[in-house]
Design a binder for this molecule. Structure first.
Ligand SMILES: [Zn+2]
Length: 250
């Protein structure tokens, strides 16, 4: 089945992504037609794992095709190391984490701490996502204290406005209240069964003090809180992008 036909089938058939929210899709993630192509976009190694690692594993385990696209390689993220050294360490950590999550790791090529939002970057992100042909994209929520997270989010939003046919877009949260702000979920994914592998994926990022960012920090509490909101032990939460919009260039 050609890609266009496959996506038309998904949209017209029983698994209509235009009408099925992520929360419902995740409850019965086994492919009913062709496997979905799912892409998570994060600014740094460890962001997609923290924000939606359980969801990614849930879909990869069900047979879907999952890719993680990192905007940077975390060049600024290890004190005392050069950008090249940190990038090498964190690339290896990201690839290990993606291995656990059943995902393919891809790197967009921007630099940690000095990410850029401009028309050239929009064009590159649009091309990158066009090449990956996603049915579903998960990305940072744009209201975030970290500028790199904001850049990743807004590049994906602009790519979404240019995509033909459009992909479904959901935003994830990281370090809620400290980084992600004003986030009001529309969708929840029960990750109770995936909590351990998600934790292991986050802990692949040994250079980032995972015990602090995950176990002691906000992410364990986030999973418990979002789980309480939807009646399960642990959940990841998302906001669905529903706007049609234009490219804003007229
Ligand atoms: Zn980050």
């Amino acid at each position: 089945m050609s890609t266009t036909t496959r996506r038309e089938f998904l949209r017209a058939g029983a698994v209509s992504l235009a009408t099925v929210p992520l929360s419902a899709l995740a409850k019965n993630p086994a492919p009913t037609a062709q496997p979905l192509r799912i892409v998570a976009v994060g600014a740094h190694p460890d962001d997609p794992e923290s924000g939606c690692g359980g969801t990614l594993k849930k879909f990869s385990a069900a047979g879907h095709n999952v890719t993680v696209l990192y905007l940077t390689r975390g060049e600024a993220g290890i004190a005392g190391q050069t950008a090249a050294q940190a990038a090498a360490t964190r690339t290896a950590e990201a690839e290990s984490a993606c291995g656990l999550l059943g995902a393919h790791a891809r790197f967009f090529g921007q630099i940690d701490g000095v990410t850029v939002f401009d028309q050239a970057a929009v064009a590159r992100m649009t091309q990158a996502l066009t090449d990956l042909q996603p049915d579903l994209v998960l990305a940072h929520w744009p209201i975030d204290s970290h500028p790199d997270h904001q850049v990743a989010a807004t590049l994906v939003i602009q790519a979404r406005l240019r995509a033909a046919p459009p992909f479904e877009l959901f935003f994830f949260e990281v370090c809620a209240g400290q980084q992600t702000m004003t986030f009001r979920p529309t969708d929840y994914v029960d990750i109770t069964d995936m909590q351990e592998v998600k934790r292991a994926a986050v802990f692949c990022h040994a250079s980032q003090n995972p015990a602090e960012i995950y176990a002691e920090g906000g992410h364990t509490l986030m999973e418990q809180f979002r789980g309480a909101e939807c009646g399960v032990r642990a959940a990841e939460a998302f906001v669905r992008f529903t706007a049609r919009g234009t490219t804003g260039l007229v």
